[in-house]
Design a protein around this ligand. Structure first.
Ligand SMILES: CC(C)(COP(=O)(O)OP(=O)(O)OC[C@H]1O[C@@H](n2cnc3c(N)ncnc32)[C@H](O)[C@@H]1OP(=O)(O)O)[C@@H](O)C(=O)NCCC(=O)NCCS
Length: 165
C-alpha cells in the first residue's frame, strides 16, 4: 500500500533514509558523506520546506519512502530511499509511479553523479540525464543546495522536458 506519511512517521523516515544512504559511503565524495547522512534537523527542515513524503507499506511497516516538492513551475522528486533488504523488489518503482500521478507539472530529480544505480533506476522509468550546463542551471534554479553538491550531482528529467523551459 502506498500512503502519505505524516508526523508519526518521522522517526521511521529518518531510519529508512539513513539506513539506505549507507550505500553512498565510499562512493560519493568523502567530503559529502556524513553520519548520520541526514540528521533529524535536516529532515525536519525538508518537511518544513514542503517536501511531502509518501511511503510504501506492507503489514503495517514502511519499506520505502519518497518525497515530492513543488518548486516554482516544476515538481521535484526528493529523497528516494528503500530499506536495504527490500531494494530491487519494485518498491521504489511503485513509489515513483505513484508520485508521478500526483502532479501535472514537469518532474525533475537530482542525485549524486556517482550513484550509478540510482541513475539507472530513473532511466528505467523514462527519465534522462541533462547536460552538465543544464544541470548547473536547474540545480541553481530549483534546489537549495551548496555549490559543492551542485558539482557532484546530476539532474534527470522526463523525456518530454525541453531544455528551453
Ligand atoms: C534507488 C532506490 C530508491 C530504488 O528503489 P528499489 O525499490 O530498489 O528499485 P526497484 O526495485 O523499483 O527497481 C530496481 C531497479 O533500480 C536499479 N537499482 C536499484 N538498486 C540497485 C542496486 N543496489 N544495484 C543495481 N541497480 C539497482 C536497477 O536499475 C534495478 O533494475 P533491475 O533490477 O532490472 O536491475 C533504492 O534502491 C535505494 O534506496 N537505494 C539507495 C539509496 C539511493 O540511491 N537513493 C536514490 C536517491 S536519489
Amino acid at each position: 500500500m502506498i500512503r502519505k506519511c505524516d508526523d508519526r512517521d518521522f522517526e521511521t523516515i529518518y531510519e529508512i533514509v539513513n539506513e539506505a544512504a549507507e550505500v553512498y559511503k565510499g562512493i560519493i565524495p568523502a567530503d559529502r558523506w556524513k553520519e548520520p547522512y541526514m540528521p533529524r534537523d535536516e529532515l525536519r527542515h525538508e518537511i518544513d520546506a514542503d517536501v511531502h513524503f509518501w511511503g510504501y507499506e506492507e503489514e503495517g511497516k514502511l519499506l520505502g519512502v519518497m518525497g515530492i516538492q513543488d518548486v516554482l513551475d516544476v515538481t521535484l522528486i526528493r529523497h528516494a530511499y528503500v530499506r536495504t533488504a527490500e531494494q530491487k523488489k519494485g518498491v521504489g518503482g511503485k513509489l515513483l509511479s505513484h508520485l508521478r500521478t500526483l502532479t501535472s507539472r514537469p518532474i525533475l530529480l537530482g542525485t549524486w553523479a556517482d550513484a550509478s544505480w540510482a541513475v539507472r533506476f530513473y532511466e528505467k522509468h523514462g527519465f534522462r540525464l541533462v547536460t552538465p550546463e543544464e544541470k548547473d542551471r536547474l540545480l541553481k534554479k530549483y534546489w537549495s543546495i551548496p555549490e559543492r553538491q551542485i558539482e557532484t550531482s546530476v539532474v534527470l528529467v522526463e523525456e518530454s522536458w525541453s531544455d528551453e523551459s
